[in-house]
Ligand binder design. Structure first.
Ligand SMILES: Nc1ncnc2c1ncn2[C@@H]1O[C@H](COP(=O)(O)OP(=O)(O)OP(=O)(O)O)[C@@H](O)[C@H]1O
Length: 898
């Protein structure tokens, strides 16, 4: 399926990988039609060029919000885009007009609040991020502006997020078309509150989803001419009946059973229920409680929602009585009766449950027992009473439980519809379809067969519509589209539902013949369709058949096909419950019209379902469809896990890849002129007037230069068919060439620079070396000269110093001699003088000191008495008497401290 693209060494590509579906890598070498690719996982592989897809090297790191913006609209590109966006919690992406929603498995409340609704109000698709609100808004606007009914088809596998998306759509439509003010319980409130009621009775925990809707749903919102919701109708499809009696771990039965068992004590007493573990229909599975689901609370929520949708308290009681009766029915175990091949309640416990069930149904206990253990056979001549063995009685009991529950569910839907009310004058409507996606399990039974028929029908509708949309788009843009083709799955539909001769017709035929078995039915199929290219018989299976659906082959096991297709109420059950004293119970089994009970007209589930589908398709065909494809990123139901193979399979089954293929067959890619010139101008680098001419001429010049056909250039944006891949490839190739030229120039430049630098470095170092040598030589001779000069100066200075010193010493000696002679002479003269005054000077000093002492005021001082009598007191008195007046009183005592 890969495009025939010319790859070059260095091209980025996608190759198939068994683990991650597609892995990216780079072409290392090309040999003929084989490429050697270095993968990002580090392994190197050799692959055929035809199995390789080109990868956009300019792919934005946050992906693109519309797949048509991808340069390469191929499977790996689509997958990469979804993954990149999922990683940053961008769970919605457009593929043209289809919205792909990847389940985040974590609450993202900011995406759905009132502020968000305000933002999307009136915003054109593509103006804001992809969102269910945008789809709902587009549908609403189109309905108002064009007065055309709209439909939004939400599909995906179980757990992919259909119901959540549907709820968002309904909330938005209620927001847009709701009435303001207090007008009692408005239509939109009732529509929104119908969800919890239907979920309680029609949803259950399955392996694939903790809150799986076990029915398909089409909600039709009717609007008046002012765009307000004026009525609504809910249609449901194919409730899974078998779950009522059969459930295995880790699944659960319908939520309402567990809610009832967790009801407040007075209700438990009123409805005669007990622990959920005590009921056979519930305890077959280990799973009773469910994380995150508070059954007691849900019971109250459901009852409140029932109030809102207009179910009275009495009706609610009757509903839960029937639910309780179904639980008790399951506990009626049979044992062999006294008559041969007969049966009867096994023990007291079984009888107790029989009694309670009869009380809850308000019917006769014996009548209930008989309706379970006996069968009346009306022959042409007689009425025969046939007893049933315990196995048949058990099957009979389960059949009663299933029909009661299914009638109860239908009653609820009808009640909601009549309570909401239809608007016969409604001008237009918006239908929201939340329907099960394509299913393919290990064991596929009648339910899967019907589900896959639905998907085939919707796929055909989808293909036709996508094709039609493309055509309209091209017509609008004046693009020639006549050559576009798409695969029609009419042959599969013929195989299944053609009348006469289709599988469903053969099944009805088999159901009408009493002797038919699942084996004879399978044999009939093999004979009839042995040459049909969409039908095959698996080699080792005896009663299985395989249908080649658009989404893949599915092998169905014919076991139970006949039983599951039979749509009749056992006459005894009908008679018993229509005679119930409870008007609610009897209303579930209205008496059959006289002629229909008598006529042998056979009614089958398959035929009824086919009819329902037909009517659904008629409704859809009268509307403008919008598509939301929900994708479950992993089977662990955990956030942040994106399993490539899983997602890819769902994209294929959901027809997204087919839509892309149809798009690719036409002109899927749109590029505005400036965008085109920016991206592909590289292809016309030598077209000189590119920048001087206008955008259209520039685009034409580029396209003429590349000589490719398959584009429409007259309108902005330009439309491209598959040639966009070639253009991208050529641009990539050109880019590659330019890159290589550039690389060559760069290598040359670096080489030249290297050699030039090397030679320069060697010259430089030589020059430096020579310079250093020369400078060294000069410096050395200079040094020698300086040394010699210094030595000469030193010698001179030494000589001069020596001579000066001799002279100095001579002068010094002469001076000393002269000084000595002179000083001797002076000294001698002085000596003489000194000798003369020395004795008088000594006396003078002594008196002076004494006088100082005596003149002091210190009264404490006194002279010794002997001082006047001292030898020098006489000579002193005469020369110094004038200077120092005589003592007023004689020193009588020495000057001493007292
Ligand atoms: N947009 C969403 N945001 C947060 N959680 C989501 C979102 N969509 C789905 N989920 C989670 O996935 C679960 C399954 O979703 P949902 O019941 O809508 O699946 P479904 O496709 O209707 O399955 P089924 O066919 O079994 O009814 C939800 O219960 C919810 O936990």
């Amino acid at each position: 399926m890969a495009a025939s693209v010319n790859f070059a060494v260095g091209s980025l590509v996608w190759i198939e990988d068994p683990d991650v579906s597609w892995i990216d890598g780079q072409v290392l070498a090309i040999t003929g039609d084989e490429l050697k690719v270095q993968c990002t996982s580090d392994k190197t592989v050799v692959v055929k060029a035809s199995s390789v897809y080109p990868k956009d090297p300019e792919f934005p790191s946050c992906g693109v919000d519309d797949m048509t913006k991808l340069a390469y609209l191929n499977e790996p590109g689509v997958l990469q885009n979804l993954k990149v966006r999922y990683d940053i919690n961008e769970i919605y992406t457009y593929t043209g007009n289809i919205l792909i929603a990847v389940n985040p498995f974590r609450r993202l409340p900011h995406l759905y609040d009132g502020h968000m609704m305000e933002q999307y109000k009136g915003a054109a698709i593509g103006e804001l991020s992809p969102h269910p609100f945008a789809v709902a808004d587009a549908a609403y606007r189109q309905m108002i502006n064009d007065q055309i009914s709209q439909s939004i088809l939400v599909s995906g596998e179980s757990g992919a997020g259909k119901t959540e998306s549907t709820k968002s759509l309904m909330r938005y439509l209620a927001f847009m078309g709701g009435r303001s003010g207090n007008e009692g319980q408005s239509v939109e409130q009732k529509v929104l509150e119908s969800n919890p009621v239907l979920e309680a009775f029609g949803n259950a925990k399955t392996v694939r989803n903790n809150n799986s809707s076990r029915f398909g749903k089409f909600v039709e919102l009717q609007f008046d001419d002012r765009g307000r919701i004026s009525g609504a109708a809910i249609r449901t499809y194919l409730l899974e009946r078998s779950r009522v009696c059969q459930v295995s771990s880790p699944e659960r039965n319908y939520h309402c059973f567990y809610m009832l068992c967790a009801a407040p004590p007075e209700d438990i007493k009123k409805f005669k229920v007990g622990s959920a573990r005590s009921f056979r229909y519930l305890n077959q599975s280990e799973c009773i409680e469910l994380d995150g689901l508070d059954d007691p609370k849900e019971y109250l929520v459901t009852r409140k929602a029932m109030d809102v949708v207009g179910i009275s308290a009495e009706e609610q009681d009757a509903i839960f009585r029937v639910v309780a009766a179904v639980l008790h029915l399951g506990n009626i175990v049979f044992a062999k009766g006294s008559e041969p091949d007969s049966s009867e309640p096994k023990d007291d416990d079984a009888r107790k449950h029989l009694k309670i069930a009869a009380e809850l149904f308000m019917c006769d206990e014996k009548g209930l027992e008989d309706s379970l253990c006996k069968r009346v056979i009306v022959t042409r001549d007689d009425v025969i009473m046939k007893v049933l063995d315990p196995v048949a009685a058990t099957i009979n009991r389960d059949a009663l439980a299933k029909i009661v529950y299914s009638r109860l569910f239908d009653w609820l839907v009808n009640k909601i519809n009549s309570s909401i009310g239809q608007d016969p004058d409604s001008k237009s409507l918006i239908g929201v379809l939340d329907i099960y996606g394509f299913e393919s399990f290990k064991t596929n039974s009648f339910e899967q067969f019907c589900i896959n028929l639905t998907n085939e029908k919707l796929q055909q509708h989808f293909n036709q519509h996508v094709f039609k949309m493309e055509q309209e788009e091209y017509t609008k843009e004046q693009i020639d589209w006549s050559y576009i083709e798409f695969i029609d799955n009419q042959d599969v539909l013929d195989l299944i539902e053609k009348k006469p001769g289709g599988i469903l017709a053969l099944l009805d035929e088999a159901c009408m013949f009493p002797k038919s078995t699942n084996e004879t039915f399978a044999t009939k199929l093999y004979q009839t369709f042995k040459d049909h290219k969409r039908f095959s018989k698996p080699k080792l299976a005896r009663n299985d058949f395989t249908v080649c659906h658009y989404a893949g082959d599915v092998t169905y096991q014919t076991e139970f096909f006949l039983d599951k297709n039979k749509d009749y109420v056992v006459a005894e059950h009908q008679a018993l419950l229509s005679a119930s004293k409870c008007s609610f119970v009897s209303s579930l089994f209205p008496p059959l019209p006289e002629e229909s009970s008598k006529s042998s007209k056979f009614s089958s589930i398959g035929a009824r379902f086919k009819q329902q589908l037909q009517s659904l398709l008629e409704t859809l065909n009268a509307t403008e469809p919008h598509y939301i494809r929900c994708v479950k990123p992993n089977n662990a139901l955990k956030p942040a896990i994106f399993e490539n193979a899983n997602v890819l399979q769902q994209l294929r089954c959901g027809g997204v890849m087919e839509a892309i293929r149809i798009s690719c067959a036409g002109y899927p890619t749109r590029k505005h002129f400036n965008e085109f010139i920016a991206r592909f101008g590289i292809l016309a680098t030598n077209v000189s007037n590119l920048s001087s001419c206008d955008e259209v001429t520039a685009c034409k010049n580029i396209l003429e230069k590349v000589k490719l056909e398959g584009y429409q250039v007259d309108l902005n944006p330009l439309a491209f068919g598959p040639i966009i891949k070639m253009l991208c490839q050529m641009a990539r190739h050109r880019f590659e060439c330019l890159r290589r030229e550039d690389a060559c120039v760069k290598i040359q430049k670096y080489c030249r620079r290297f050699f030039a630098r090397k030679s320069y470095n060697s010259m430089y170092s030589s020059a430096v070396c020579i310079q250093a040598g020369m400078r060294g030589m000069t410096a050395r001779s200079d040094l020698l000269f300086r040394r010699k000069q210094k030595a000469a100066i030193l010698i001179q200075s030494q000589c001069r110093r020596h001579l000066a010193r001799l002279h100095y010493l001579k002068m010094k000696r002469s001076a000393i001699v002269m000084q000595c002679a002179w000083r001797g002479k002076v000294a001698r003269r002085e000596l003489r003088k000194l000798r003369m005054v020395s004795s008088s000077f000594l006396l003078f000093i002594s008196f002076f000191l004494l006088k100082s002492v005596l003149l002091s005021n210190d009264s404490q001082l006194s002279l010794s008495s002997c001082i006047s009598s001292h030898a020098w007191s006489v000579p002193l008195s005469s020369p110094f008497l004038t200077v120092f007046p005589p003592l007023k009183s004689a020193l009588l005592s020495p000057m001493v401290h007292s």
